[in-house]
Ligand binder design. Structure first.
Ligand code: UDP
Ligand code: MG
Length: 314
């Protein structure tokens, strides 16, 4: 089996030497055990780093038989860098594992991922057992992120980031998703096929600082919700209906007050218009939003189905 490990890197010069050593030792070990073939590779995708990351990748690609590199023209963000790596290598390998450059994902889970692949899985998710070594802030923002995603109707695998194995078949299916706004961990479950999960402990960063600033994390969360679900629009519609209903009750109430002579002049009309119109407007915005949501889904041009097996060939 020809395996490729894809690792996006943004300003990772500090951790890269350790990563190259650990991951290539792992591949060498897997080669010795005949689990993967000698032409397996590690592909580093430099996401427009401003430090010496690319120079290091070039150096290692000459020194180390496993290492290859790709350099993006500028910083495009983790998800895009990862997709670039996956789509560039997909036709040359049987399966691809994506992971981060900082070795937070336990590389010993690779063995199990390969075993699952051999059992016939096209997708193997790496899921974190614990976050004991994450900072308090990281842990709770991350948990909040998964909760928010689920509540907003975006289906994702809990506590799974971008550490996963995809077979060539799964990658070809992923390539059918043409959307530019990218949230890979929401797309992969949509591919289907047989999948499984392996668990690992998430470690501290081997070196360097996080490249996901709070801003980038918020951006990812927003991307996740808006690219997977039109639930926010549905919430507006529901809110609009409730306000409109309340508006009708207020209308009746103000009319009763008006005819029993309990009011100042003008009060009834103001009450009625503020409430009923407010509700009507919210509802109308929701309805327009619904159509925009439809347009959004159409524009993405996602595949309508992916065939897993057929009996035509053979
Ligand atoms: N990364 C990237 N482009 C970016 C930001 C991050 O390619 O704009 C890479 C980074 O080099 C790392 C991975 O994405 O390999 C995950 O980033 P990090 O470990 O900093 O995130 P955290 O684990 O703190 O969530
Ligand atoms: Mg990390």
């Amino acid at each position: 089996m020809k395996l490729c490990i894809v690792i996006p890197c943004y300003n990772e010069a500090e951790v890269l030497p350790i990563t190259v050593e650990k991951v290539s030792d792992k591949l060498a070990f897997l080669c010795d055990g005949k689990k993967i073939s000698e032409d397996s590779r590690i592909v580093f995708v430099d996401d427009g780093s401003k430090d010496t990351t690319w120079g290091l990748i070039e150096k290692y690609s000459e020194e180390n038989r496993f290492v290859e590199g790709l350099k993006l023209s500028r910083n495009r963000g983790h998800q895009n860098a990862l997709l670039c790596g996956l789509l560039t290598v997909k036709d040359n390998f049987d399966a691809v594992i994506s992971m981060d450059a900082d070795l937070q994902d336990d590389i010993d889970a690779i063995d199990q991922m390969i075993d699952r692949y051999r059992d016939g899985c096209d997708v193997v998710y790496g899921v974190r057992k614990s976050r004991k070594k994450d900072s308090f802030f990281k842990k709770y923002t991350a948990l909040g992120f998964y909760k928010l995603l689920n509540w907003m109707g975006a289906e994702t695998v809990y506590n799974h980031a971008d550490y996963r194995l995809l077979s060539r078949r799964a990658l070809n299916a992923l390539a059918e998703f043409k959307e530019v706004n990218l949230f890979l961990r929401g797309l992969v479950p949509l591919i289907g096929f047989k999948s499984d999960t392996v668990y690992y402990d998430r470690d501290k960063r081997a070196a360097g600082k996080t490249k996901y600033t709070f801003r980038k994390m918020l951006g990812l969360a927003f991307e996740g919700v808006t690219s997977l679900s039109v639930r926010p629009i549905e919430i507006i519609i529901r809110l609009g209906s409730v306000v409109l209903l309340a508006g009708l009750l207020v209308l009746i109430y103000s009319l009763v007050q008006h005819f029993t002579g309990n009011t100042e002049a003008g009060w009834t009309s103001i009450m009625a218009s503020v409430w009923a119109l407010g509700g009507l407007q919210l509802l109308a915005i929701g309805v327009i939003g619904k159509y925009i949501g439809k347009i959004y889904l159409e524009v993405k041009g996602r595949p309508r189905f992916i065939i897993e097996k057929n009996t035509f060939e053979e």
